[in-house]
Write a protein that binds this ligand. Sequence first.
Ligand SMILES: [Ca+2]
Ligand SMILES: [Ca+2]
Ligand SMILES: [Ca+2]
Ligand SMILES: [Ca+2]
Length: 311
Amino acid sequence: MRGLTTFLAITGLAFAATAQVRITEAMVNPPGSPDAGREFIEIQSCRPNFSLQGYWLIGIDGDAIYNPGNIHWAIDLSSYSTGANGLLLVRDGSATLLPAPADETTVAAIQFAFTEAGMGNDSYTVALVRGFTGQVGDDIDADDDGVIDNPLWEEAVHAFGWTDGEPTGRQYAEPLNGVNVPESSRVRNDGSIWEPDGIIFFQNGSWIAADIGRASGAGDFGPFQTSNTNRVVSGTLPSQFNREVTPGNLNPGDKPAVEGDVNCDRCVDDADLLQVLFNFGGSDNATDVNGDGIVDDADLLIVLFSFGSGC
Ligand SMILES: [Ca+2]
Ligand SMILES: [Ca+2]
Ligand SMILES: [Ca+2]
Ligand SMILES: [Ca+2]
């Protein structure tokens, strides 16, 4: 009976799309200036050393003076793979942000990756997409109403965004499978709106978007910490989290990538096995563990050899 129950429970999961890569942390507006050279975006894959062929990070302007929907910058991640812990840290400079990234993390240091002035500190969206077909300066929102009318990607994977309190400010993260940080949660006592400097996503589904300052004794390159007051929290933050910003390191409470983990719960068990079996002979991207375009016995063997890992 237990087998049948498990089978039925898994059947529902087997067809749920599971993103293999997520944005895990970003700092758009570091304390002090200039921003450029000290910003970062961190992403994590469910499985280690994951090829990012076809993945792009893009910045989307939301402020009226910059044309809402304008592609501000676009980074092709195709030549990168995540590290053994699943992390890729995208940096716009080579000077290390503290704490230093883990040895297992892949670091992509690209000068002016987010433009020479850095990511916008106003109404702004950052998205992770697959199959980006546009270029910098293209407009995904011709009439600036906040609704995407010109999608330039095959698949929207994850995103975050916010507005800065101006009525014409736009954000695009929710239709990109991401999070718009609500403006109603960011009202100061005097009625003005504060914009987050960064966001941290945790594997338990919670996230925090907050102002970011220097930790005690920190210089321009960190360590940084999230504000105690200007912060928006969704869900229950992990008990291990103590306000730290951790570019290129696992977020507190999070687990590293696990070989053979198909459904992204950082544990290889019968759920992963069944997902491979249900997709056997197909080309489901999430289930194609070795990335050769087909779900077959090679993928099955990887899952079997990893059975129990991370659990
Ligand atoms: Ca910035
Ligand atoms: Ca526009
Ligand atoms: Ca799993
Ligand atoms: Ca395969």
